[in-house]
Design a protein around this ligand. Structure first.
Ligand SMILES: *[C@@H]1O[C@H](CO)[C@@H](O)[C@H](O)[C@H]1NC(C)=O
Length: 284
């Protein structure tokens, strides 16, 4: 594993950076997918700043979402809004519920290798569960998915500051592959098609057999390259850690709507550095 990581890592960051700096024309949303039925995936969340979507997330308890660590890296988490119950981001939808982030939990994220690209966000209050907002089911620790398993990737992802904002949630059938993939990632390809996740899909869920098995992490060679598989953080590798956070804080609703919570614990990701531009998020 050490060897494969050594082989794997050096090429990774440059490719992400090149893409963000505006390489070739890339698809504006998940590449090659189709519009989801409204609220077909009631656990997906949109992470937003100033009303703009920048990453996906998954509702994993009434007051927690799971996302990619690179989505929050270098950001002031107090500027982030978590939107549940959305479908068309251009519309004002009555189904939506909006939250602030109360605490941020990360687990050894390495921005260079993109290992441990997982973050748990505690919301400022409990979500109301209904037909449009549901808690996702996660795999048990180390019960990941193997080669050939069919999954669905979904998101409002896009690339390009000059493109119109993404609108309707897209979904895409994908297949798990193990080639060109680290053991700590789940990787997927779309057989015989150039399709896949793209910028802005980061942090969103990969659903396999009804469970959220992956968190959109990174791509290589462009969106829907048809060659390199898309890479997701493996939820099964973090299941015990995720569940321990939920157990510890699930009935800790706290003072809601408190903009500057002084009780933020040491696990919280503080703003240590200015926003960096290497991550798969809109360049705007
Ligand atoms: C996606 O997969 C499902 C279940 O395997 C299948 O029923 C559906 O037709 C597929 N959709 C597309 C667009 O290929």
């Amino acid at each position: 594993m050490t060897q494969s990581c050594r082989r794997f890592s050096p090429a990774l960051a440059p490719i992400l950076l090149a893409l963000l700096l505006g390489g070739p024309a890339l698809a504006s949303e998940i590449v090659g997918g189709r519009a989801a039925r409204p609220h077909a995936w009631p656990f997906i969340a949109s992470l937003q700043r100033r009303g703009g979507h920048f990453c996906g997330a998954t509702l994993i308890a009434r007051n927690f979402v799971l996302s990619a660590a690179h989505c929050l890296n270098g950001l002031n988490f107090r500027s982030v809004r978590v939107v549940l119950g959305a479908h068309n981001l251009r519309r004002q939808e009555r189904t939506r519920q909006m939250f602030r982030v109360r605490r941020v939990f990360e687990n050894g994220f390495d921005p260079l290798s993109l290992q441990n690209d997982v973050v748990v966000l505690q919301l400022n209050r409990m979500a109301t569960l209904n037909a449009n907002v549901q808690v996702a089911r996660l795999p048990a620790q180390d019960q990941g998915v193997g080669e050939g398993v069919r999954c669905v990737a979904m998101g409002w992802g896009r690339l390009g500051t000059n493109r119109p904002p993404p609108q309707i949630l897209q979904q895409l059938n994908v297949t798990v592959v193990t080639g060109l993939c680290r053991p700590t990632n789940v990787c997927t390809l779309v057989p015989r098609r150039r399709a896949g996740i793209c910028f802005g899909d980061s942090g969103g869920p990969l659903v396999c057999n009804g469970l959220v098995h992956g968190i959109d992490s990174f791509i290589r060679g462009g969106c829907g390259s048809g060659v390199f598989p898309d890479s997701f953080a493996s939820v099964a590798k973090f299941a015990n850690w995720i569940n321990s956070i939920i157990r510890r804080y699930s009935d800790d609703d706290g003072p809601s709507l408190h903009p500057r919570d002084p009780t933020v614990k040491s696990e919280a990701l503080s703003r240590k550095q200015p926003a960096r531009s290497w991550g798969p998020r809109p360049a705007s």
